[in-house]
Design a protein around this ligand. Structure first.
Ligand code: HEC
Ligand code: HEC
Length: 489
C-alpha cells in the first residue's frame, strides 16, 4: 500500500525531468539559432564593409626600443627634471593620466589626484592614450592634427622648416614637440613666456642667458639649477636650440652615450640630434603599446565565441543604425579626419582663441573646421576615461548619449561633473553655444537609441579592450640613466 505513492512520485519526477530536459534542449536550440542569426547578420556586415582585424606593426630594433624606453620614463627630458612622457602617459593609467586636462612640469600627485604647481598653467587639452600609434596607418597626431604626414612625403608640424630631417614616422615627428611646450615639459612661467631674448643675443649664449635672468623670470629645476630650456623664446625658429640643449644634457650621461651608440652604431656622436631620440621614443611606443588581440579583433579573425551576444548586437548598431562607422572607420576606428561633435568648451583654451579651443581651424583656417577635432581611435577606450579632447565626459554612456543628441547634450552641460577648478571656465554663453552648433558635423547620426541599445554599444566598445593591456606595468623600468626617480607621477 505504501509502494504506490512512491511509484507515483517517481513517475511524476520522471515526467517532470523529461519535460525539463525537452524544454532546456528546445531553449538551447533557440538560443543557438538566435546566435547563428546574429553571427550570420554580423558576418554579412563584416564582409560588406570589408572589416579587418588590426595587424601588429613590424617589431622595431631592440636597441632602439631600449633607448626609447629609457627616454620615455626619464625626467631629464623636461626643463625642470620633474616630468617625463610617462607623467601624462602612464602605463598604470592605460597610457593616459586620468585627468580632464593634463598637468605638466611643476605639478604634483598621481593620476586623478595630480595638482597644478604654483604659477603654472593647465595644458589646454586632454592627454590622448597611446595605443597602437606605431601602426603604419597613422598619418596624423594631436587632437587637431598639427603634426601630419609621413617619412616619404614629409611632415607638416609646428616647427615648419626647422624640423630636422631623418624622422622615421609621424609618431617620431610628434615626439619632437612635448619638450618644446612650456606647460608640458619645457617650463618657464606662462605669464612671462612671451618675453624675447634681447636683440643681439647670440643663440649659443641662450643657456648662459638663462643664468642671468632677473629673479622669477626663468625656471629652476628640482635641484635649484637654472632651467636652460625655459630661457629659449617661444618662436619655432628656436626649437632647434631646445633640441640641441636636450641632446647636450643626455650625452654627458655615460649610460645614454652607450644606449645611443647601440641604437645608432653608424652615427658619430657629433651628428646625433633629438630626431634620433624621437625615433627611439616612437620605436618604444610601437613596441610597448601595440595591442592587436581584442575580442573584436579575434572575432574578425574568425573566433565566433570571442564576443558576447550583447557586444555583437552593439557591433550591428555601431556599423548600422547608430552610424558610428561614418567617422570611427577602418581597423583603427578613426578616419583621421576632423569633425565638430559639439563638445562642451572649458579650460584655458588654445593660443589666439583662448578661452576657446577652435580645434582644426587653427591649422586649416577654414571656418567649417571650427571646433572640429580628430576622430579618436577606439581600441581599449573602456580603459581611458575621461573622454573627448578636454575630458568632458567620464563614461562611455555619457559620450554616446552626447553623440546621439549633440545639441541637447551641449545645452544641458552645466559643468557639474567637472572638477571644481574647471567649472568656472565652462564657456556656455548662448552666443558661444550657437557658434559651436553652427559647424556641427552633418555626419552625426542624430538618432534615438533606447537604454538597452546604448548598453549594447558600450558592450561593443568594451570588446575592443585587449586583455594583455593588464600587463602594462611591466614596462616601467627600475631606474633611468639620469638617476632621476621613476614611478608614479
Ligand atoms: C604634461 C603632459 C604630457 C607630457 C609630459 C607628454 N604628453 Fe603626450 N600628450 C599630452 C596631451 C595633452 C596630448 C594631446 C595634446 C593635443 O592634442 O594638443 C598628448 C598627445 C600625445 C601624442 C599624440 C597621440 C595622437 O594620437 O594624436 C603622442 C604620440 C604623445 N603625446 C606622446 C608623448 C611623448 C613621446 C612624450 C614625451 C616626449 C609626451 N607625450 C609627453 C600630454 C603630455
Ligand atoms: C561625425 C563623426 C563621428 C561620428 C558619426 C561618431 N563619432 Fe565618436 N567622436 C568623433 C569625434 C570628432 C570625437 C572627439 C570629439 C572631441 O574631442 O571634441 C569622438 C569621440 C568619441 C569617443 C571618445 C573617445 C576618446 O578617446 O575620447 C567615443 C567613445 C566615441 N566617439 C564613440 C562613438 C560612437 C559609439 C558613435 C556612434 C554612436 C560615434 N562615436 C559616432 C566623431 C564621430
Amino acid at each position: 500500500m505504501r509502494k504506490l505513492p512512491t511509484l507515483k512520485k517517481v513517475t511524476i519526477a520522471v515526467i517532470g525531468s523529461v519535460l525539463l530536459i525537452v524544454f532546456l534542449l528546445f531553449w538551447q536550440q533557440r538560443q543557438a539559432a538566435q546566435a547563428t542569426d546574429l553571427d550570420a547578420e554580423l558576418q554579412n556586415l563584416i564582409a560588406q564593409q570589408g572589416l579587418m582585424p588590426l595587424a601588429a606593426p613590424a617589431p622595431p630594433s631592440p636597441a632602439l626600443v631600449a633607448l626609447g624606453q629609457a627616454l620615455f620614463f626619464d625626467k631629464e627630458l623636461s626643463g625642470n627634471r620633474d616630468t617625463s612622457c610617462a607623467t601624462c602617459h602612464h602605463p598604470a593609467l592605460a597610457t593616459g593620466d586620468q585627468l580632464h586636462l593634463s598637468i605638466g612640469t611643476g605639478g604634483s600627485g598621481f593620476g586623478a589626484e595630480r595638482r597644478l604647481g604654483q604659477n603654472r598653467d593647465l595644458v589646454p587639452r586632454h592627454a590622448t592614450e597611446l595605443f597602437n600609434r606605431g601602426l603604419p596607418e597613422w598619418e596624423t597626431m594631436f587632437w587637431e592634427g598639427r603634426v601630419e604626414g609621413d617619412a616619404v612625403a614629409g611632415f607638416h608640424t609646428p616647427a615648419g622648416e626647422f624640423l630636422p630631417a631623418g624622422l622615421d614616422s609621424v609618431l617620431a615627428a610628434q615626439a619632437m614637440f612635448p619638450v618644446t611646450i612650456r606647460a608640458e615639459m619645457r617650463g618657464g612661467w606662462y605669464s612671462v613666456a612671451g618675453y624675447a631674448i634681447p636683440p643681439g643675443t647670440v643663440l649659443d649664449e641662450a643657456a648662459t642667458y638663462a643664468q642671468n635672468l632677473p629673479t622669477g623670470w626663468a625656471d629652476t629645476d628640482v635641484f635649484g639649477q637654472p632651467n636652460e630650456l625655459a630661457a629659449i623664446p617661444n618662436d619655432s625658429k628656436y626649437f632647434p636650440e631646445i633640441w640641441s640643449l636636450l641632446m647636450a644634457r643626455l650625452l654627458v650621461i655615460p649610460a645614454y652615450q652607450e644606449l645611443f651608440r647601440q641604437a645608432y652604431p653608424d652615427v658619430p656622436t657629433a651628428e646625433l640630434g633629438f630626431q634620433h631620440a624621437a625615433n627611439a621614443l616612437a620605436a618604444f611606443q610601437a613596441q610597448a603599446f601595440s595591442f592587436t588581440n581584442s575580442p573584436w579583433d579575434r572575432y574578425l579573425a574568425g573566433e565566433q565565441t570571442a564576443l558576447s551576444p550583447q557586444a555583437k548586437q552593439g557591433a550591428l548598431l555601431f556599423y548600422g543604425r547608430a552610424g558610428c562607422a561614418a567617422c570611427h572607420s577602418g581597423p583603427l576606428f578613426t578616419d583621421q579626419e576632423y569633425h565638430n561633435i559639439a563638445a562642451p568648451q572649458f579650460g584655458p583654451g588654445r593660443d589666439d582663441f583662448a578661452p576657446l579651443d577652435y580645434g582644426r581651424y587653427a591649422i586649416s583656417q577654414n571656418p567649417a573646421d571650427k571646433y572640429a577635432f580628430r576622430t579618436p581611435p577606439l581600441h581599449n577606450v573602456a580603459l581611458t576615461a575621461p573622454y573627448l579632447h578636454n575630458g568632458a565626459y567620464d563614461s562611455l554612456t555619457a559620450v554616446i548619449t552626447h553623440h546621439l543628441q549633440p545639441e541637447k547634450a551641449l545645452r544641458a552641460f552645466d559643468g557639474r561633473t567637472l572638477p571644481p577648478e574647471l567649472r568656472p571656465t565652462l564657456q556656455n554663453y548662448p552666443v558661444t553655444l550657437d557658434d559651436i552648433l553652427a559647424t556641427l558635423s552633418p555626419q552625426l547620426p542624430q538618432t534615438e537609441l533606447n537604454r538597452q541599445e546604448i548598453a549594447q554599444l558600450v558592450a561593443f566598445l568594451e570588446s575592443l579592450t585587449d586583455p594583455a593591456t593588464a600587463g602594462l606595468n611591466s614596462l616601467i623600468p627600475d631606474s633611468v640613466p639620469s638617476g632621476l626617480p621613476v614611478g608614479e607621477e
